[in-house]
Write a protein that binds this ligand. Sequence first.
Ligand code: KIV
Length: 280
Amino acid sequence: MSAVIEAKKRITIPEIRNRKGKEPVVCLTAYTVLTAHWLDDYTDLLLVGDSLGMVIYGMENTLGVTLDMMIAHAQAVMRGSKRSCVIVDMPFGSYEESPPIAFRNAARVLSETGASGIKIEGGVEMVETISYLTKRGIPVMGHVGLMPQSLHASGGFKAQGKDEESARRILDDAVAITEAGVFSMVIEGTMEPLARKITETVEVPTIGIGASAACDGQILVTEDLVGLFTDFTPRFVKRYSLLGEQIEASAKAYSEDVRSGKFPGPEHVFGMKKTDPVDE
Ligand code: KIV
């Protein structure tokens, strides 16, 4: 088989869009080449989320993340993946000012990374920008409900849509951005009845995080999924492995071996064994 035929084809934006009502969309965040590599066979969409500011860089929130950071991490994720559709978060301050500025920055992301689309937070207030971008060939994923970039305005990382008025507002946001042209949207931190209502109402796949199984797909931060965190994890996270504890156990065993002289052993030293490939 030729290399061209063997090469895995990336899942496209229309394929994600057409999953609505057919097949769940499996999404995870990825920030690095190796994470992308290990996730790629099992995900439909990899999001280079601006949560990387908190998860990788230890920031208190996502507001300090820059476009250059997002581009560098998106390039790594593209190098590590072959199959999943890669979407890149537009960081705070890179798209809110005006549609042309949003276009310039989004075009930079797509041209410098090769990713398939971008994600922006916001509802009704972002309609003009989303419409401007999508009409000019930039696929946009929306993000409604809890919007981490608006944490100061909303009073913190709190579940949204608890009362009728705010639930109505979030539904209006979801409908407005769908009409403006998003191909899919994240619903974050909302009550189950609201996520269900949005999912039943809009024509594009909804991807839930802390928004219940009523959504068309799910996303989690990969580091939460594999237990690579130090303190608080939200209730909606399911932990599938304990990498943090495994890293700590490995570091402990290594430090004991080095201190006791057990490592390196003869098998780790060049020129000690006949079978060492370096000697052959
Ligand atoms: O930044 C991010 O990782 C996200 C997901 C939580 C959806 O926006």
